[in-house]
Structures are given as structure tokens and as C-alpha cells.
Design a protein around this ligand. Structure first.
Ligand code: SF4
Ligand code: SF4
Length: 659
């Protein structure tokens, strides 16, 4: 989960009813004062589905022996998962109003483990559980030291289970088998006893007399649905006030920005809540769904099912080019190289809106401020400069994930089944933003992973990269972020992995400029040469973005003079042999012209006809021609430059060489 820095959610727990309470104050059901949950901010907490609960129990059994999972006492009561900022999956598990453990995925080991917390230890003690593995026994003389916050040294360890490896999460138990601490093992089992040095790096410690709940297994178990129906019931007043505000937001937005309105539906929970809210507000709006071609089959099926059930007017947009064809040109997308969002999502959205709502449309989109800092900054109503015909509005902007889920449960609506298989976010299944932990979950879906695995493997071999480039998820970055640099270091593979992410595919783009500037009559100039194979007609057409294009007398060349150009010679001169000259009265002016010129060249060479720029032109001067690439109608273009902006071609055509 990314680092999100906008506040914290205030979540409580009623111990009388054993349910989370979103609003503070006395429990509306039993009247008792709830407990405030101490969790890691921001707290975009979601319900734990049966799959999640089974996973926690399974991990506990695997780490500490059979019965450990059941001893945590999470079966049959509400469990919450709180995603924490971390390089990969890190979910706090909340039960009974306390964080009892965290589920943590290690990118290095490619495995998931439970990190026990003090309240989890209390539950194990309360149930009388004694671990069979993953434990060390603490000498009574060492107990006061670890209670004082010190780590457990080997001389203070009298025994341990077999099979412990450095880096394992281990329980520290006393002579009676009760859990008094947990932490990270620093040694193999064989070196744990009778040696020197640190045995366990302690995370928390507590005396068993002070750390034991009753026996949680004695509480009556309820079915998962029944449990959550109860949570909804207790939180009903909060939900009603949320819905009331959202409904009035929707009605106001339609009054101000309508009358044409639609819902953007991705198949995820936030857009489902948004769709349901528009219907609560009394509207039956058309629904737009962009099928990127790399959606989960379950998502596409779910969208169709919802459309059928609600008798929706469903408008489906698709990219002009298949992702698996484009990836051969662009290379694998990265978190910092998201050409696919532009070509497979933004482009089809622009085309869909231009086709169905040429005069503009208010679109209700399920975006929430808790998802990212960018989304928080956007506010509840926004204009996307790249989809000018669209005004976006989110009635769930201030909702948490738990608000969204409780509302969906309240409505009894059908939701995407992938949430019940451990997925937290539903988007393109191979999105580089996905945690590595989610890769295993793909096996529980209908996704055919073979083409993607093949492409990554071909890429790896072509670039002579180690297998870890795929296995440990390095392929998800162009420039490695600090945590991946660290991981490469820990694996001793800096040399093999550090620079490889930065290699640009650069499959096209062969233009170069001379380094430095020369003087000319009234300013400076810079010379360059274009790929002789470049499609000259398209290049000249796109030069209009910079300014009016005219012929250079007596040659087959053309020149460009932007609006208000004061120099005698033009800003750009381009000749049929590929040579090109840029002029300006200062270095900054040359740089500015060159930046635009490079955009024009990259678009000429790499346009994939996604249509993003077409939607940006208010003069209707751009169109995709019969070869599927962009062209300008010179008579309509007013040379405003507004179409320069996000463009997949610019993401992958190589920057010019300088010689
Ligand atoms: S130039 Fe081509 S690839 Fe770039 S935004 Fe326009 S249509 Fe898309
Ligand atoms: S936005 Fe339209 S009018 Fe403006 S430069 Fe681009 S093509 Fe020309």
C-alpha cells in the first residue's frame, strides 16, 4: 500500500456486541461505551472475508503448530484488515477491538507470515494453547530483561523447536508454555541454545498474568454473513447519514453539471457503491465500463451480471489495440512507466465519451481520498484535462473502505467475487501497481497467465536479466525505488539488477541533435537530423501543433513560425533530406521549441491511435486516419498546443541522441 498521509480514521469496537462501530459514542445496540481501536493510520480498513480468516488460521497453524489458528479465536466474529504502508502486503488483523497480528509478505522469501501482536499472544494464552513449533523457551532469569524491552540473547534460551531459520517469526514462551513475547529469530535452531549473541529480536513482551483473554473459543460462533448483518445493524444510523449526504451530493451535482450524467463502473466495490447511490438518489443513469482487455474474466462477468440484474444501459469501451500487441512495442509497463493506462484506459474513455456524450457528461466515479494522495487532492468534483467533455464527481470521496462495504452489505448487492478470494483491489490483473503477494491469488481466478509469463520471459532473455527480475517483481519498475534497490543489495545482485530497470526499450526514435548552440543572424540555432524513414506527411501535419507551417521557398522544406514569433528566420526548418534547424533568441527559447518538436517527432513515429489527444482538441482538428494514427486537419488547427500532454508514444520512443 502506498504511503497516504491524510489523517486517520476514528474506529471503535463495542465489546458488548463484539462489533466495530464506525461512529464514536455509546453503542446504539447495547448502550455500552466502545473502545477506540489503535491501528496504523490511515486506516482504510476492510472486512476480513472467510478466505482471509482461513488464511490467518492456516498461517498460524503453519508457524506454531496445529490449533494455533483456532486459538486466535477469530472464527465466527467480525475480523477487520487494515492495510499499512509497506513495500508489499502488510495487513493488520483486528479482532475484538485489538490488532492481534499482521499478515506480512516478504518479497525476498516470496512467502507470507504472521507477525503476532501482544493481543494475539493474550488470545493464545487464554485458550491454553502451547506451541509445537516456531518457539523458543526463555530462561526465568532472562524474563525481566525482555520485559524491560531488551532482546533475547542465546544464553537466556533453554530450549527451542526444530526447524527455526533466521528471519522466522518465533514465539517466546516461559517454562509453562505460555507466550510472553514474540519476535524475529536471528539464528537457526541448531545455534539457538548454548551459544552467544542475539537469539530473538523482540517485538513485544508481556507477563502471562497480565496478558490473557478469557477463552475466545467459548464464545458462540456465528456464520460470516450473520456476523456482518449484525455489524450493519449496529452501524445503521451512521450509514443512513452517510447515504443521505451522498444522495444530496448526487442530486446537487446533476443540477449543477447535468443534465447528461452517467456512472463509471469498473467492477470494483467503490464504483458499485457509487452506482447504488445514484439509484438511491432516484436516477437510472447509463453505465460506462472500459474493458481494457486485461480485466479479470470474473470482473467482466460481474459487470454483465450487474447490468442484467439492474437492467442498466451499459456502454462498453475497448482499446483500439490489444495490450499484448502493444507490449511488444512498449515493453512491460512499470509503476513509473504506465503507458498502458493511457492506451488501454484513458484513450477508450475519451473515445467512448466523444461518441456517446459529444456535448459533455457528468460522470459519477467511485474515487476515495483514502486511496491515494492524488485522489485526496482532487476533491469531490474535478475536471480531467485529458477528458475535456467529462466532469467527474465522487459521492464516496470521504468514505472509508469499511463505509463502502457496510453500505454494499446493507443493500444486499452482488459484488465482485474476487473480493472473497483475497483481492483487495480490482483492476487490470497484471497491473505493475499490484503487490507481489497478489500474484499467488491469480491461481484462484480464471485468468490465463501464460501469454504474460511468456512475454516477461522473452523480455528477460532478450535483455539478459536474471530470473529474479521476474520472480521478485523487479520488472514492475523502470527506475528502482529505494526498497527494491535494498532488496537487490540483500540478494547480492546489485550489478545484475540495479541498472537494468532503467534500460529504455527505445524500439523507435532515431533522431539526433548537435550538442550546444550556434549563433545565427538574430539569435541562436541548433541542428539535428531526423530518421530518413520517418513519415514526412504526418510529421509536417503534426508540426502545426507548434505553429503555422509554410513551404520554404525554392526547397522541398517547410518552416514553422509560432504565434508572435519575432525572429527573422523561422523557429523550425525541416528539409526533405531529414535535416532540421531550431532557432531562438535565447537558449531557453530553443529548449522550449525543441521540447515541442521532440513531442511531434515521437508522435509521428510512435502513434498508436489511442485517441487521447483527439479528445483534447477543442477545434476538432485531430483525427485518427485509416492507418490508425493521428493526423491534423491544417485548416482547423489553431496551433494552441493543447493536445501536447499524456501520449503513450512519448512514453516509449527514445529521447534524441546528442552528438
Ligand atoms: S499522438 Fe497518437 S498515441 Fe499520442 S495521444 Fe495522440 S492518438 Fe494517442
Ligand atoms: S489542440 Fe487542436 S488546435 Fe490545438 S494545436 Fe492541437 S490540433 Fe491544433
Amino acid at each position: 500500500m502506498p504511503q497516504v498521509s491524510h489523517g486517520n480514521t476514528d474506529l471503535h469496537w463495542c465489546n458488548g456486541c463484539d462489533v466495530p462501530l464506525i461512529r464514536g459514542g455509546a453503542c446504539p445496540s447495547c448502550g455500552s461505551e466502545p473502545l477506540r481501536i489503535k491501528h496504523t493510520p490511515p486506516g482504510d480498513i476492510r472486512p476480513g472475508f472467510p478466505h482471509d480468516i482461513d488464511e490467518v488460521e492456516h498461517l498460524a497453524d503453519r508457524q506454531w503448530g496445529p490449533g494455533a489458528g483456532r486459538a486466535l479465536g477469530i472464527h465466527g466474529s467480525p475480523v477487520l484488515l487494515n492495510p499499512c504502508p509497506a513495500p508489499d502486503r502488510l495487513d493488520e488483523v483486528i479482532a475484538g477491538g485489538h490488532v492481534i497480528c499482521s499478515v506480512s509478505f516478504s518479497q525476498k522469501e516470496l512467502s507470507t507470515m504472521l507477525l503476532l501482536r501482544r493481543d494475539g499472544g493474550a488470545r493464545l494464552n487464554g485458550s491454553g494453547f502451547t506451541p509445537e513449533k516456531g518457539y523458543v523457551v526463555c530462561d526465568p532469569t532472562a524474563v525481566p530483561f525482555i520485559m524491560d524491552g531488551m532482546n533475547l540473547l542465546s544464553p537466556g534460551i533453554t530450549d527451542c523447536s526444530d526447524g527455526i531459520l533466521p528471519g522466522d517469526e518465533v514465539l517466546v514462551i516461559d517454562d509453562d508454555g505460555r507466550v510472553i513475547a514474540s519476535g524475529l529469530s536471528r539464528k537457526h535452531s541448531r545455534d539457538m541454545v548454548g551459544t552467544r549473541g542475539m537469539g530473538v529480536k523482540i517485538r513485544w513482551s508481556a507477563l502471562p498474568e497480565e496478558n490473557s483473554t478469557g477463552n475466545p473459543q467459548e464464545q458462540p460462533e456465528r456464520e460470516w454473513k450473520e456476523t456482518w448483518d449484525h455489524v450493519v445493524d449496529v452501524n445503521r444510523p451512521h450509514l443512513h447519514s452517510l447515504v443521505k449526504r451522498a444522495v444530496s451530493f448526487i442530486r446537487d451535482a446533476v443540477k449543477r453539471y447535468g443534465p447528461k450524467a452517467a456512472v463509471s463502473y469498473s467492477g470494483g466495490k467503490d464504483s458499485l457503491a457509487t452506482l447504488l447511490l445514484t439509484r438511491d438518489a432516484g436516477f437510472e443513469l447509463p453505465v460506462m465500463f472500459v474493458d481494457t482487455g486485461i480485466e479479470f474474466p470474473e470482473t467482466v462477468e460481474h459487470v454483465r451480471a450487474i447490468a442484467g440484474e439492474m437492467e442498466l444501459d451499459l456502454i462498453v469501451g475497448r482499446p483500439r489495440n490489444d495490450f499484448f500487441e502493444l507490449v511488444k512495442v512498449f515493453g512491460p509497463p512499470g509503476r513509473d512507466y504506465r503507458w498502458c493506462c493511457k492506451s488501454c484506459k484513458l484513450g477508450p474513455t475519451v473515445s467512448l465519451i466523444r461518441e456517446h456524450f459529444p456535448d459533455g457528461v457528468l460522470t459519477f466515479i467511485g474515487q476515495r481520498r483514502y486511496e491515494s494522495n492524488t485522489r485526496e487532492r482532487k476533491g469531490a468534483v474535478w475536471k480531467n484535462p485529458w477528458v475535456p467533455q467529462q466532469t467527474g464527481a465522487s459521492p464516496v470521496q470521504d468514505w472509508t473502505a469499511l463505509d463502502v462495504w457496510l453500505y454494499i452489505f446493507l443493500k444486499g448487492a452482488r459484488y465482485n467475487p474476487l473480493y472473497e478470494r483475497g483481492f483487495q483491489r480490482i483492476g487490470c490483473w497484471l497491473c505493475p501497481s499490484c503487490d507481489l503477494a497478489e500474484r499467488e491469488l491469480l491461481n484462484l481466478t480464471k485468468v490465463d497467465q501464460e501469454p504474460w509469463s511468456r512475454i516477461l520471459e522473452e523480455e528477460r532473455k532478450m535483455r539478459d536479466l536474471p530470473e529474479e527480475w521476474i520472480e521478485k517483481g523487479f520488472h514492475r519498475f523502470k527506475k528502482l525505488p529505494p526498497h527494491m534497490v535494498r532488496l537487490a543489495g540483500e540478494m547480492g545482485m546489485e550489478r545484475e539488477l540495479l541498472d537494468t530497470g532503467r534500460i529504455s526499450k527505445g524500439r523507435k526514435g532515431s533522431f539526433m541533435f548537435v550538442d550546444g548552440y550556434g549563433s545565427c543572424a538574430d539569435g541562436l540555432s541548433q541542428e539535428g537530423v531526423l530518421n530518413p524513414g520517418m513519415e514526412r506527411k504526418r510529421f509536417i501535419s503534426l508540426l502545426n501543433i507548434i505553429g503555422p507551417v509554410t513551404n520554404i521557398e525554392g526547397t522541398e522544406g517547410v518552416e514553422v513560425r509560432p504565434e508572435g514569433w519575432s525572429m527573422k528566420r523561422a523557429a523550425v526548418e525541416s528539409y526533405s533530406d531529414g535535416t532540421i534547424v531550431i532557432r531562438g533568441s535565447s537558449e531557453d527559447e530553443i529548449k522550449n521549441v525543441r521540447r515541442k518538436l521532440e513531442s511531434v517527432i515521437k508522435r509521428t513515429e510512435g502513434c498508436i491511435g489511442c485517441g487521447i489527444c483527439v479528445g483534447r482538441c477543442s477545434s476538432d482538428a485531430l483525427h485518427i486516419d485509416e492507418s490508425g494514427k493521428v493526423m491534423i486537419s491544417e485548416e482547423k488547427c489553431i496551433h494552441c498546443g493543447m493536445c501536447l500532454g499524456p501520449c503513450p508514444a512519448e512514453s516509449f520512443v527514445r529521447d534524441p541522441y546528442t552528438v
